[in-house]
Ligand binder design. Structure first.
Ligand code: 1CP
Length: 379
């Protein structure tokens, strides 16, 4: 790999945790807080479809359970406690970056945190899956929800972003994120992860006014939450509409898209937005219409075909199948090369998986993927 491409390589090799408070790796990067320097980072530039010297790469769920450092911390603290202690959250965020050499530091948090102030009894079970004790299924349930003052209830996420940004300086942009209204509503209504989303869709189909009130509230909360993260120093924002693919195109257009579009319209800081969904091959044009500078693709679509459909006015992110990371290194490299070939060197590709890193993924495989993408895409 050309040294000029990755001046921070030496720092990146250090195993991450416990770097907070220590000096960022010495290089010629401008000072932390220098927004200009972060604006010139390949991740931010790729989101804006500007020329870059290599394809930037980060991974959804890059800082989770597959990492021994994370499991060690997790053995001593609950998930919500880890999220709500900014110094711990920042340690996990930046530790993953240093361990993996990725080009983006997604803040350690969860899409469901904005549901905390609603008072619905959000908790995470022994397997880490979210559970909502008092789901919202009627107008009476909705009327009982507490008010969400984002800065007050979720200021710890902003603080984790500030600490991460201070630790990383201009070397790596921090990525803020939130769930899109449909995906958040699905947890709020089902009470946990779901396969068929029957309760969610039934409510949307048969209680239209309640659906509109719920979705409008979630859109407003999500926009406030993302604006708070951008104000705290996030250089890129990702909107996860992980389960939007459960909807038909007509239903997506009517029941989800207006609220996602409202979130994106309300963003104030000019930070590039990645709009991601899974199983959404039938929705790509509508997702593009809803907004975002980058459309996040899962592995079920051919990247070149998807980009053709989306048009050249938008960047794309993706789209390696997370299961590939369980295979041997030559296969990982082969499949990563295939995706880079689909992107064909066009400006505006951010390499990522098509969904989150699986818990059984070997950390070395992730590191090898990141190195392979950097090396094969250097120009
Ligand atoms: O790199 C990172 O891990 C960053 C932090 C991060 C992100 C970006 C976490 C930590 N969660 C998320 C996003 C998230 N959370 C999504 C969107 C991405 C996706 O589709 O996978 C979703 C749907 C959730 C909801 C959620 N929270 C789930 C999925 C449940 C389901 O229905 O499949 C789970 C398992 C959680 C808990 C959670 N969030 C994050 C972690 C590390 C964990 C595990 C908690 C533990 O350690 O016990």
């Amino acid at each position: 790999m050309p040294a000029a491409v990755h001046p921070r390589r030496a720092g990146a090799r250090r195993s991450g945790i416990a770097m907070i408070g220590k000096a960022a790796p010495k290089d010629s990067s401008p000072k932390p807080g220098d927004k200009g320097a972060l604006d010139r980072h390949p991740l931010v530039k790729a989101c804006r479809r500007e020329p870059v010297s290599y394809t930037p790469v980060w991974l959804m769920r890059q800082a989770g359970r597959y990492m021994p450092e994370y499991r060690e911390l997790r053995a001593r603290a609950g998930f919500l406690e880890m999220c709500s202690r900014p110094e711990l959250a920042a340690e996990i965020t930046t530790g993953a970056v240093r361990r993996l050499g990725v080009d983006g530091a997604i803040v350690f948090a969860d899409i469901l945190l904005p549901l905390l102030p609603l008072g619905v009894g959000l908790a995470y079970d022994a397997q880490g899956g979210p559970v909502i004790e008092r789901p919202v299924r009627s107008a009476a349930d909705f009327d009982r929800l507490g008010p969400v003052v984002v800065e007050e209830a979720l200021g710890f996420v902003a603080e984790a972003i500030r600490l991460s940004r201070r630790a990383l300086g201009a070397a790596t942009p921090v990525i803020g994120f939130a769930g899109a209204p449909f995906t958040l509503a699905s947890y709020l209504i089902e009470g946990r992860g779901s396969q068929g989303f029957r309760l969610t869709k039934t409510l949307a189909y048969s209680q239209e006014e309640l659906w509109q009130r719920l979705m409008a509230m979630l859109a407003e909360t999500t926009a406030d939450y993302l604006n708070m993260q951008a104000a705290a120093g996030a250089s890129v924002l990702q909107l996860f509409d992980s389960w939007a693919g459960a909807l038909s195109p007509e239903d997506y257009r009517r029941l989800a898209m207006p609220y996602t579009a409202a979130v994106i319209r309300r963003l104030r800081f000019g930070v590039p937005v990645i709009h991601f969904a899974t199983g959404a091959a039938g929705l790509l044009e509508l997702m593009r219409e809803a907004g975002g500078d980058v459309i996040g693709l899962d592995w079920r679509v051919d990247l070149a075909e998807a980009w053709q459909r989306l048009g050249s006015g938008v960047a794309v992110q993706g789209n390696l199948d997370p299961v590939v990371l369980l295979a041997d290194l030559p296969e990982i490299r082969r499949q990563a090369a295939l995706i880079l070939r689909k992107a064909a060197g066009r400006w505006g590709h951010v390499f990522n998986l098509g969904h989150g890193v699986l818990p059984e993924t070997p950390v070395d495989h992730v590191r090898a993927l990141v190195d392979a993408v950097h090396e094969m895409s250097a120009r």
